[in-house]
Design a protein around this ligand. Structure first.
Ligand code: ZN
Length: 291
């Protein structure tokens, strides 16, 4: 899975003492793009030493995460934009670097796994900072906390912490067969498992039961936890469960959500093109007889 980067270690706890060094990785995001030097075979993050930055700019870099002993800092999104509100958008993009689509880079699978996971996690933190520039309670500007991973409202003082959305992935089994589906509204050409977000006031087990009933009209029993995955694309933490169909195994698919849903024998399970996702690992576990 994307987070399986052993022996490397990603550290994402906030550390207010971190200061950027010349070899610190600089992540500069612009919407769904990230600044990298890349070609068909590789993609490399810029380091602080690649930029010409004054003291003030260096001090404004936001600490994000570390991978092993290398720290990673975020550059303000408008650093290259001369029209920016803060009037600091005069930084030059270092030679050889350009903004690349994050989704495309992931699909190309050209980065070492630890760098891919770092980009994945950094992008999620960037989006959280970006989307919390204003306080949802009083509408005033927020500023980055200097002591923890939080933003603080400059007017009412409210502290806002990162939010992660719980969601489930469900492998519904029926003896020697597993239920696989294809989404209706996504260009994904490959099979996946049932998935969905937890509603307010719901347990994870209830999410499993509800999502399976909504998407394919089946009752399930014997719900058992498998593993989890931080899947930053939609700010969620995925929790994988297997369960058994309970009674009638006739599939009635919800055409709004799915275009296909059927039982597959172990040997017929088709895996996804990359091994990034918990979904794919759960399908492989079943295919190879471990579940
Ligand atoms: Zn406020």
């Amino acid at each position: 899975m994307i987070q399986d980067i052993y022996p490397h270690k990603l550290k994402n706890q906030y550390d207010p003492e971190k200061k950027p060094a010349e070899d610190s990785i600089i992540m500069a995001f612009r919407g769904n793009e990230v600044l990298m030097a890349s070609d068909e075979n590789s993609a490399v993050f810029p380091r602080l030493g690649d930029f010409t930055m004054d003291k003030e700019r260096k001090a404004s870099l936001q600490y994000l995460i570390s991978i092993d002993e290398t720290d990673c800092f975020m550059l303000a999104a408008d650093a290259f934009d001369p029209e920016s509100e803060a009037g600091i958008g005069d930084l030059e993009i270092p030679e050889g670097f350009s903004f690349r689509d994050t989704g495309k880079l992931r699909r190309m699978d050209i980065m070492p796994r630890e760098n891919l996971f770092m980009e994945f996690t950094g992008h999620q933190i960037y989006r959280w900072y970006r989307d919390n520039r204003f306080c949802g309670t009083c509408g005033s500007r927020t500023e980055h906390s200097r002591t923890e991973r939080a933003v603080v409202c400059t007017h009412c003082g409210r502290t806002i912490y990162p939010r992660i959305l719980p969601a489930v992935i469900v492998g519904v089994t029926n003896g020697d067969r597993i239920l696989m589906t294809k989404y209706a509204d996504r260009p994904l050409a490959f099979y996946a498992l049932i998935a969905g977000f937890t509603e307010i006031g719901e347990t994870l087990e209830e999410t499993v039961q509800r999502e399976v009933m909504e998407e394919v009209g089946l009752k399930v029993k014997n719900i058992r936890y498998y593993k989890s995955q931080p899947w930053g694309v939609v700010d969620d933490i995925l929790m994988g469960f297997y369960c058994d169909v309970d009674g009638d195994d006739t599939i009635r698919i919800d055409r709004h959500e799915l275009k296909e849903g059927q039982w597959f024998r172990r040997e017929d399970v088709q895996l996804q093109p990359t091994d990034f996702s918990l979904t794919n690992e759960m399908m492989r576990e079943f295919k190879e007889g471990r579940q």
